[in-house]
Design a protein around this ligand. Structure first.
Ligand code: FPP
Length: 244
């Protein structure tokens, strides 16, 4: 029996970093790190659900990752396909809903078809909201939102005065998450301490946890520890009195 955790963050976003370094330190090709890293997703999703986290967003592929060699990219797409095909029945049984944030249209048709099929299959689920950020970049997301809002204004569906923080949030890829769209806790593995174009709007008031271990070494116990530590933090959102 594991002890219950209080003050659980509603939305946790993870930068699964350090796969390449993990493999290189072991004199393996970088892709070996991605293979090990992809095996860590299932136990982390299960633990997130057990902890009572409502939304979990995982950074799987950034807009910048397109500049990686084709061989590495194709392994990442193969791992994504395998993960979805292998796990989607189990996710469905657990009432997990899947979201994808990012430029889905840039994916090759076979990967995109599997992603879309899985989104459809899990679309009525109401439990953990699991998002994969794929071909995602926050700046791209904000530029696209601005462009779509401008188009809506030109078409008469919107007026400039209507723009506020809520309206803006509705134009972002995370809009489907509704009240869960703001991120409470960002976890980054690998020891790097940066945000790397990830959820810049959504994480405006997030707490951060930078862990000195690579993603393939990250386990449910580390997620639990980060969540427990979050529970002890004083979140003031710019005010004097804390609010959690
Ligand atoms: C960062 O490590 C990780 C990625 C760019 C991809 C994350 C992908 C996975 C965990 C596997 C994909 C599987 C699914 C199911 C989405 P890095 O290569 O940047 O590591 P480095 O900084 O040490 O080079």
């Amino acid at each position: 029996m594991t002890r219950p955790v209080s003050n659980v963050p509603k939305h946790v976003a993870i930068i699964m970093d350090g796969n390449g370094r993990w493999a290189e330190r072991r004199h393996h090709p970088r892709v070996f790190g991605h293979i090990r890293g992809s095996a860590k997703i299932k136990p982390i999703v299960q633990e997130a659900d057990r902890l009572g986290i409502k939304a979990l967003t995982l950074y799987a592929f950034s807009t910048e990752n397109w500049s990686r060699p084709e061989t590495e990219r194709s392994v990442l797409w193969r791992l994504l396909k395998k993960y979805l095909l292998r796990e989607r029945d189990g996710l469905n049984e657990k009432n997990v809903r899947l979201h994808v944030i990012g430029e889905l249209e840039r994916l090759e048709s076979e990967v995109r078809a599997i992603v879309e099929e899985t989104l459809e299959m899990l679309k009525n689920n109401t439990g953990l909201q699991l998002s994969f950020a794929i071909s995602y970049g926050s700046r791209r997301e904000l530029v696209r939102a601005a462009r779509r809002f401008a188009e809506d204004c030109l078409a008469g569906r919107q007026v400039p005065e209507a723009m506020d923080e809520d309206v803006m949030a509705g134009y972002l890829w995370t809009s489907d998450l509704g009240s869960l769209r703001d991120v409470d806790l960002v976890i980054r593995t690998s020891g790097e301490k940066r945000i790397s174009n990830y959820l810049l709007w959504q994480a405006a008031y997030a707490e951060f946890s930078f862990l000195d271990l690579c993603w393939p070494d990250f386990g449910p116990e580390h997620l639990r520890a980060a969540v427990e530590e979050y529970g002890n933090r004083d979140r003031r959102f710019g005010r004097i009195k804390s609010e959690n």
